[in-house]
Design a protein. Structure first.
Lengths: 165, 166
């Protein structure tokens, strides 16, 4: 009886380990980065993903300010920003300006030279990748061609692995 | 003839009542089942919280009541769940474990109730499959679990009073 219970407990605990980071096959791998127009934190100026210079890998990080997974992902990226110093990180959201601004302030995104953030007011990321949740990380290589789309919160090691693949 | 039919009906009714009230199971077995259900619940939610610790902590930081103590609660809650699980597993401490499970469930229910009544936005700070429940559903499940813990306590005390072992 006790053995059976221990097995049941082991299965319960193992159930928690079954969540693996999801790699999404999109069919867009190898395609160039889409042009996404973004409203900057000053709410006036715009910038486009086209302006991201090649030569460094880029992460397009789709997030929403209310989402705890996105917050945890942001915190882990910023916490280990030195490990990602060779990446351009472009964070984009479809939220309203007030929430976006509060998020940028909370995490002091402007402090980081390789991090940029903006509002994807045309919802182009989700249309291009056909996503309906957050967080999503699209990993692009030095030539701004898609390597992989990662769904859900990721370890920094998984991001680097996806970039190196 | 009528008497026979009435007796048959009464027997059937008694059987039905026995099945519904679970009186055909030994009291100690019922307590054990309740204890193990709570162990599974606390182990699962505790491990799920630790597995996505940073997300859990972010969720607590958004909580209107617990934000100020988020790091302490983030560690304290899963550890408490594991300690309660251990005490539920050991027959000697099972009654203490049931009391602790009851108190935990009252806290969780109070928290969910407060959020539903007063919080402008509802954060989710639970673990694993519980996260999939809506807040009202969460409240109903929690109330049912309080009832289960209370049943366990009453049965365990009855067993102890009659000199039995858990």
């Amino acid at each position: 009886m006790k053995k059976a219970l221990v097995i049941i407990y082991a299965v319960v605990i193992a159930g928690c380990y079954s969540k693996k980071p999801e790699i999404k096959k999109t069919g867009l791998e190898g395609q160039p980065m889409p042009n996404i127009d973004l409203i900057a934190i000053d709410s006036v100026s715009h910038f486009n993903t086209e302006s991201i210079a090649p030569g460094k890998p880029t992460i397009l990080f789709a997030f929403e300010p209310w989402c705890p997974y996105c917050k945890a992902q942001t915190r882990s990226i910023l916490w280990q920003i030195k490990k990602l110093k060779e990446f351009n990180i472009c964070m984009l959201t479809t939220s309203n300006y007030r929430e976006f601004k509060n998020f940028c302030r909370k995490y002091e995104l402007q402090k980081y030279p390789n991090v940029m953030a903006g509002i994807d007011y045309k919802h182009l990321f989700e249309q291009y990748f056909k996503t309906n949740s957050v967080p999503y990380l699209a990993i692009y290589d030095n030539e701004k061609k898609l390597k992989q789309l990662l769904e859900g919160k990721q370890y920094i090691s998984s991001i680097k692995e996806a970039s190196a693949r | 003839m009528e008497n026979v039919m009435m007796n048959e009906r009464r027997t059937r009714r008694n059987l039905f009542v026995r099945i519904i009230t679970l009186s055909w199971i030994k009291k100690s077995t019922l307590v054990e089942i309740i204890a193990h259900l709570f162990i599974i619940l606390f182990l699962y939610t505790g491990v799920a919280k630790l597995m996505e610790f940073d997300v859990f902590q972010e969720q607590l930081m958004d909580s209107p009541i617990l934000a100020f103590a988020a790091p302490v609660v983030a560690w304290g809650l899963p550890i408490t769940e594991f300690i309660v699980s251990i005490s539920l597993f050991i027959p000697k401490y099972r009654l203490h474990g049931l009391y602790a499970a009851f108190v935990l469930m009252v806290f969780f229910t109070g928290y969910v109730g407060w959020l539903l009544a007063f919080a402008p936005e509802l954060p989710c700070s639970c673990g694993g499959i519980m996260e999939a429940l809506s807040w009202p559903a969460h409240l109903v499940v929690n109330i049912a679990l309080i009832g289960l813990a209370l049943t366990g306590i009453i049965l365990a005390k009855k067993i102890k009073r009659t000199g039995g072992e858990l």
